[in-house]
Write a protein that binds this ligand. Structure first.
Ligand code: N01
Length: 543
């Protein structure tokens, strides 16, 4: 148990200074007048964008809507330079916001939370850090992101490797010099697909170790023109309205047309147009791409044919062609010349399904077929998503209940915002909310606004404790499953949405797939009905 002696007292502690933590600080401090402290592990703000500095790292959402919508001045003043912002530009943007709102004075950098415990007698959280500091607060808000716990597979022999190795999610800030180096990259998710073309262009040789072939849509990145900027800035009210009215928090109209309701040539033309336009909007070509297997197959088949057209060696093309899952049932990557990269002389594709990794040796990667000599290994092997960053905080709820134990069979939350047994703990974009299925800033703003309104309500009513009722959480988990099962999303056996990428992790579909607009409506309705499903109490009613 954490000893609360000598704790510094705040109204709220926020863990994490990415998009969520910055906005949550602003709302609680500047709207509600609370005394708030943000604890951030990194030596800078930015969250995922602080850590993910791998070659090619840029956002897959378009810059003009991968940003905050809550402040008109910030929205109008900030100028994005590219269609998809690269990681340094996103950090610059977040610094611009932090400076504008004077946030840094309440953010404590280089501070790793090592534990948090709830005291049911006082209804307070105590938070402990690696440096031995203690904080006490009524509210604990996690803003740690969904993809912040790196998954480095336990390959036999990694410790013997004489070269350098790096996980993309903890990339050295000084960069990695690939010039003249033989590089091995393990993993072909969104990250690996962004990184491989850039590494191949710099390194002497790149070997890509692929376990599951992936679909990818060209990003078609390019500069933002002054005319684009003007038009976007004039249209922001409509952009945000559309983003909030949709399924994924992107400001696209979802057409009503179904894939098989149009003639073959028309469908092909629609996909071709979406392919040429580039980006995640390809997914919105038809309304039923993620709802109907036959419709999905038309999109999958289109991309498979594109791969065959782009990749010159038919054997390599076939290895790169996904056949075990449908398009977008895993998070769809977007790319800049990914498939083209395999036409380069200095790139080799290793299909781990037919040639598995046996071990890592001091000289490289040994597969069942041969030794691949390498100077650098890049692990683009993803994250212990959604639950991983929260469990890593070592949180103990009422009566010492560890979060890890409460979620041993998979996350059990109410609305993704709270977990029974963990009063006054709010999880921004927690499992059971749209989170990673949504353009993140939209999902974040909705959660932060809801939490802020809830805390305002509690203070106005003299309440000091809120907790998700177990039966409300049970029903919500059932609804999360039902929403996922109404889509094709749970069908991709290797998806991190299901926790399938981490050995031993419970296979549970974690994000809420019922759509952002529907979810936000449910949250509003819960609040409008006296926070239905939550138990709110004053101290004397608390235990
Ligand atoms: O991780 P992933 P990611 N041996 O889990 C493979 C977001 N993101 O970092 O598919 C061999 O998708 C694994 O293989 P398999 C986005 O939401 C956003 O790429 O499990 N291979 C897979 O190929 C994204 O979805 C942006 O069979 C192993 C890869 O490693 C999420 O982050 C950019 C292995 C991991 O793919 C995660 O993407 C990038 C093993 N033991 C990412 N273990 C932007 O918007 C895993 N793999 C900017």
């Amino acid at each position: 148990m954490i000893d609360p002696a000598a704790a510094r007292v705040f109204d709220a502690i926020i863990i994490g200074a990415g998009f969520s933590g910055l906005y949550q600080l602003h709302k609680l401090r500047d709207d509600l007048g609370l005394d708030v402290r943000v604890l951030e592990k990194g030596d800078g703000i930015g969250g995922t964008w602080h850590w993910n500095r791998y070659p090619g790292a840029r956002c897959d959402s378009e810059s003009y809507y991968y940003c905050y919508s809550f402040n008109r001045e910030i929205e109008q003043e900030w100028e994005w330079t590219e269609r998809y912002p690269e990681h340094p530009e996103i950090r610059r943007y977040l610094h611009f916001v932090a400076d504008r709102l004077d946030l840094m004075r309440d953010i404590q950098l280089s501070t790793t939370v090592t534990g948090a415990a709830f005291d049911g007698a006082t209804n307070l959280w105590t938070v402990e850090t690696q440096a031995g500091e203690r904080f006490e607060a009524r509210f604990l808000i996690t803003a740690v992101g969904c993809l912040s716990t790196a998954n480095v597979p336990t390959f036999k022999g990694l410790e013997s490797f004489k070269g350098a190795w790096h996980h993309t999610g903890a990339w050295p800030h000084q960069g990695v010099d690939f010039a003249g180096k033989r590089v091995g990259q393990i993993g072909t998710g969104s990250t690996g697909i962004q990184a491989a073309p850039v590494i191949a262009a710099q390194a002497a040789h790149l070997t890509v170790f692929q376990r599951t072939a992936n679909y990818s849509i060209p990003a078609r990145n390019g500069p933002m023109t002054a005319q684009d900027q003007r038009q976007i800035k004039q249209s922001y009210p409509e952009i945000w309205r559309k983003a909030r009215a949709g399924t994924n928090g992107h400001p696209f109209d979802m057409p009503n047309r179904k894939a098989l309701s149009v003639p073959d040539d028309e469908r092909e033309a629609i996909y071709e147009q979406a392919w040429q336009r580039g980006g995640l909007r390809f997914r919105a070509s038809f309304s039923d791409v993620l709802a109907d297997m036959a419709a999905n197959e038309t999109a999958s088949d289109f991309i498979r044919r594109k791969i065959a057209q782009v990749v010159r060696d038919p054997v390599v093309a076939e290895r790169l062609t996904p056949r075990d899952h449908g398009f977008a049932t895993k998070r769809p990557p977007i790319d800049s010349d990914y498939f083209e990269t395999f036409n380069r002389e200095n790139v080799l594709l290793v299909d781990l399904k037919s040639e598995p990794i046996i071990e890592i040796t001091e000289r490289g990667v040994r597969t069942s077929e041969r030794d691949h000599e390498l100077d650098i290994i890049v692990f683009a092997t993803g994250f212990d998503a959604l639950t991983g960053p929260l469990i890593a905080l070592n949180i103990h709820g009422e009566n010492g209940l560890p979060l890890k134990q409460a979620w041993s069979g998979g996350p059990r939350t109410y609305l993704g915002l709270q977990t029974p047994g963990f009063p006054n703990l709010f999880t921004i974009t927690g499992p059971g909310s749209p989170s990673v299925l949504c353009n993140m800033p939209i999902a974040i703003e909705q959660h932060v606004d809801w939490v802020t309104d809830c805390i305002r309500h509690m203070r106005e009513q003299g309440l000091e404790r809120i907790e998700a009722a177990p039966d409300a959480a049970e029903k919500w988990v059932a609804h999360v499953n039902e929403a996922a099962n109404a889509t094709l999303l749970p069908m991709a056996a290797s998806s991190w949405y299901l926790g399938a990428n981490v050995p031993g992790k419970p296979r549970v579909f974690m994000p809420y797939a019922g759509g952002f607009a529907r979810y936000a409506g449910i949250c509003d309705d819960v609040a409008d009905h006296g926070y239905r499903g939550f138990v709110l109490s004053r101290r004397e009613q608390g235990r």
